[in-house]
Design a protein around this ligand. Structure first.
Ligand code: NAG
Ligand code: NAG
Ligand code: NAG
Ligand code: NAG
Length: 484
């Protein structure tokens, strides 16, 4: 009996290959769950990695960018366990071949070190801990990130009664019903009620440069946790949910929307484009990572939270419209959690959201923002930093180029950015026939157009960016690798 059970197990191992095979399912996200065609169908910068000892060697298998690969990356980490933590991290990073050179923000010296986490969300701090964990999540942005897996996926938070239910994959959005008790919601409302004042449109949205009241008509109050033990307990409950330390949160902002009040679509993270002359966001590398949004009341009609870019929808033309997109209905005691940044630390434009007008009744809710770095500038980062292999030029934000790639082939093509001085290409998106994709790039940057979404697929064209602010490249049947 024992042998009969043991044999098939060995066969599976031989065929598929790593001791983590039956643990991946809870951590990789279905490729089909990514509906957008204008961005990579994966989670940029979240790597699901298995580390084990075999025949005296330290072996590694990695499903890069959070999706199950048919042919996962395989490597050995020779002697890694005898190295100190910084060297171990360098060795792991070298095996996974990623760098801080993501395409958006430059200033990579301000980007925090990547994080290595066990499945519980615990940050790991030694090679031995990594080996003991076996399966680890490597997050380039440095903070824990819950993989969405697929819409409708339900994950029980270990040791708690809370269920994290995936509502959307782009943006990465979860709901936890019953996270707050009704009595707690009432206490919070009573605490905030005497301090409510008109909501201003904070710096994140100033670039809309419009009449504030046209964008946001609610009232709000900030509550400091120091004033109440319930708020302190909620800080811990939320930290347990996000797996991000309490030191990363902002004071909760309670909101009241009366009839007809709303908040036009906006994102919660700060776009460094608009904050060049300030240093509170470390050129974009210190930012709001996620929002835990509290529903403190039911609303009989309207007042939904709208995600206009969910379900693969294009950016909305009218930021005030509630016609298209994914709507989450307020439900007392529920919270929703969405990420404003991608796992690699770049902004995720899919986090765009709005509060639809309340049509009947009154809506109380709250914003609880969690940053990717501690709020207190004096708290040092959790990991020792490591030397990065990036030696390319820092992008100069003043001469960026808007490049448009138009596909006139009868088949889809795939766009890659080829970082300077690096072999690995960054997949930027699929371009359907007769469609176009635009990207922010820089003079002398190189782009590759390929037949498939894998960087080993056939090269259709290579394009170097010239020094002109706007460039359009037409990909047509006459084009070969050297011309477009
Ligand atoms: C979350 O809370 C549960 C229950 O108190 C506890 O067992 C678990 O260790 C906590 N997890 C984290 C990451 O704090
Ligand atoms: C802003 O819009 C409101 C409502 O449309 C209007 O009453 C108000 O005068 C406007 N304020 C400014 C400064 O334009
Ligand atoms: C309300 O505002 C007052 C005055 O600023 C402040 O002392 C009090 O702590 C605030 N209440 C809460 C619950 O934050
Ligand atoms: C709020 O709405 C939910 C779901 O519709 C319902 O189960 C619950 O009883 C309502 N609670 C209150 C206080 O109305």
């Amino acid at each position: 009996m024992k042998v009969a059970r043991w044999l098939p197990c060995i066969l599976v191992q031989l065929a598929a290959g790593s001791p983590c095979d039956d643990r991946y399912a809870a951590w990789v996200t279905d490729r089909e769950a990514f509906q957008r065609k204008d961005e990579p169908r994966h989670l940029s910068g979240l790597h699901i990695v298995c580390v084990w000892k075999e025949a005296g060697r330290l072996r590694l298998e990695a499903h890069m960018n959070g999706v199950l690969e048919k042919d996962p990356l395989r490597s050995d980490l020779d002697e890694a366990l005898s190295l100190d933590w910084g060297q171990f991290r360098n060795s792991l990073q070298g095996a996974l071949r990623f760098t801080k050179a993501t395409y958006e923000w430059g200033n990579f010296h301000l980007k925090q070190p990547y994080g290595i986490f066990a499945e519980t969300g615990r940050r790991l701090r030694s090679g031995t801990e990594v080996l003991d964990a076996g399966l680890v999540l490597v997050v380039e942005g440095g903070q824990w990130f819950w993989p969405p897996v697929r819409i409708g996926y339900v994950r029980q938070l270990p040791g708690t009664p809370y269920m994290l239910e995936t509502v959307s994959v782009q943006p990465v959005l979860f709901r936890v019903r019953g996270f707050l008790r009704e009595e707690e919601c009432r206490v919070i409302i009573d605490m905030a009620a005497p301090n409510m004042s008109d909501s201003d449109v904070v710096q994140t949205e100033k670039h809309y440069r419009e009449n504030d009241t046209d964008l946001r008509t609610s009232t709000q109050a900030r509550l400091h946790s120091s004033v109440n033990p319930l708020l302190q307990e909620l800080d811990l409950r939320i930290s347990n949910l996000t797996r991000v330390d309490v030191a990363h949160n902002e004071e909760v902002q309670v909101l009241r929307y009366r009839s007809k009040e709303f908040y036009a679509a906006h994102t919660d993270n700060f776009d460094p484009k608009y904050y060049e002359n300030t240093d509170f966001i470390d050129k974009g590398h210190r930012n709001r990572l996620l929002t835990v949004f509290w529903y403190l009341t039911n609303v009989s009609k309207g007042g939904e939270t709208l995600f206009p870019r969910a379900d693969g929808l294009p950016p909305p033309k009218d930021m005030r419209s509630c016609e298209r997109g994914l709507k989450v209905r307020p439900e007392v005691g529920a919270v929703i959690l969405w990420y404003s940044l991608r796992p690699n630390g770049n902004g995720d434009p899919n986090g765009l959201h709005a509060a639809c007008p309340v049509e009947d009744g009154e809506k109380w809710s709250a914003n609880y923002w969690v940053w990717n770095k501690p709020r207190d500038l004096l708290i040092s980062l959790p990991d020792a930093d490591v030397d990065e292999e990036y030696h390319g030029e820092q992008p100069v934000t003043s001469n960026h180029v808007s490049a448009t790639f138009r596909n006139e082939h009868p088949f889809p093509v795939y766009l890659f950015w080829k970082p300077p001085h690096q072999a690995r290409e960054a997949f930027m998106g699929e371009i359907s026939p007769q469609a176009a994709v635009s990207a922010q790039t820089f003079p002398l940057h190189t782009w590759h157009i390929r037949m498939g979404a894998d960087p080993s697929s056939e090269l259709v064209a290579v394009q170097e960016i010239a020094d002109q602010p706007e460039q359009v490249f037409v990909l047509s049947s006459g084009s070969g690798p050297d011309e477009l």
